[in-house]
Unconditional design. Structure first.
Length: 366
């Protein structure tokens, strides 16, 4: 019986090259065309290939690089998962000589430019960043890249900058998926609305645009009755949603394009509309479970935050230790969470430990 191929043997087979060529591509050595190298790296990513880190560590034992990480703490329901992915992968690649300087900011868009400047002054070789202020960050990112400091955006992009890569669920696709789903859940000529975080953030704006474009295509006569910004503030999100439900009494659906969905759930409950207005949310955390069970939340678009954090560290580590070229973008596929598959997601399986994960906050201390 033929033994199934795996590892570099499977990569060589799928890319139709020799094992030696795969080895040269994975370890950044010369002797192969750049197009061949990129094809091999793409295959490796597709099969989730993880190299032998012990062997690689021997070859880069003298390598030493510092990576700064600037990601928000709040809203912690999402960012705890993103940080968890970053920290898990950082531990995995530590033996390669990488040192991580974690510099969290309180919330998206708060103080990220100051932290970015601080990390540059610390002499880091790379920065992993959630770009809450893309306009202000763009010249800083461009200057850093010009000076050899590689920047990887994660979750939220600075698209006009010269950053090396972006790791995210493509936000337009995220919004389009929510718009299509909503269009199939509500009757014809329905009015729906969007609750965004802040439209200055690339991620929130593109999700809103994707939803607004897709919903009318899948709901004949459907209209967007309003778009409100909650600025990731629970009180503001509750009050604005509460007021919206008064102004548009026949609202059929709501799309919350950030993780800040709990105040929207409470506003629906306060208006006696829980389960009557179709609610599509974003991502997943343990506190959402009762709202799924009661029917307040119809569905949620899952963005794989833990996986995003892992990949951001991985592409940075591959470049700094092995000179593997950055992919211009790593777009993960969004998933749809409903009550029937809720139990399959890691946030639910590990809810007890994640609600009060020992050591998470201490690992983020400056």
């Amino acid at each position: 019986m033929t033994k199934p191929r795996s590892g570099i043997h499977l990569i060589a087979h799928m890319a139709n090259v020799s094992i030696g060529t795969v080895d040269r591509a994975l370890h950044g050595r010369g002797g192969i065309k750049e197009s061949t190298r990129q094809r091999i790296l793409q295959v490796a990513r597709q099969i989730g290939y993880t190299p032998n880190l012990a062997a690689r560590a021997l070859s880069v034992a003298k390598a030493s690089a510092r990576v700064g990480v600037c990601i928000p703490r709040e809203i912690h329901f999402f960012y705890d998962q993103l940080w968890s992915g970053v920290l898990d992968e950082a531990r995995r690649v530590a033996q390669l000589g990488l040192q991580f300087l974690n510099r969290p900011v309180h919330a998206l868009g708060e103080g990220d430019t100051a932290v970015f400047k601080e990390l540059v002054q610390c002499g880091v070789d790379g920065i992993i960043l959630t770009a809450g202020n893309p306009k202000a960050l763009t010249p800083l990112i461009d200057e850093a890249e010009a000076n050899g400091i590689r920047v990887v955006c994660v979750s939220t992009d600075a698209p006009e900058s010269r950053r090396s890569s972006i790791v995210c669920v493509e936000p337009s696709l995220n919004g389009s998926l929510a718009g299509e789903l909503m269009g199939k859940l509500v009757p014809r000529a329905s009015k729906v609305a969007v609750v965004a975080g802040m439209l200055t953030a690339e991620d929130h704006r593109k999700k809103t645009d994707g939803f607004s474009e897709a919903f009318p295509r899948h709901c004949t006569g459907g209209k967007i009755a309003g778009i409100i910004e909650g600025h990731e503030d629970e009180d503001e999100s509750f009050q604005k949603t509460f007021d919206l439900l008064r102004r548009v009494p026949n609202l059929a659906g709501l799309y919350v394009n950030t993780v800040n969905c709990l105040p929207v759930c409470r506003a629906l409950g306060a208006r006696g509309l829980a389960g009557k207005v179709k609610l599509i949310t974003t991502d997943l955390f343990a506190e959402m479970s009762p709202y799924f069970q009661k029917g307040t939340i119809t569905a949620s678009i899952y963005q794989q935050p833990h996986r995003q954090g892992q990949i951001a560290v991985r592409v940075m580590a591959d470049n700094l230790t092995n000179k593997i070229h950055f992919p211009p973008a790593v777009h993960l596929s969004p998933g749809v969470v409903m009550s029937s598959n809720l139990h399959l997601f890691r946030e639910m399986r590990s809810a007890d430990s994640k609600l009060d994960e020992p050591g998470l906050k201490s690992r983020l201390i400056l």
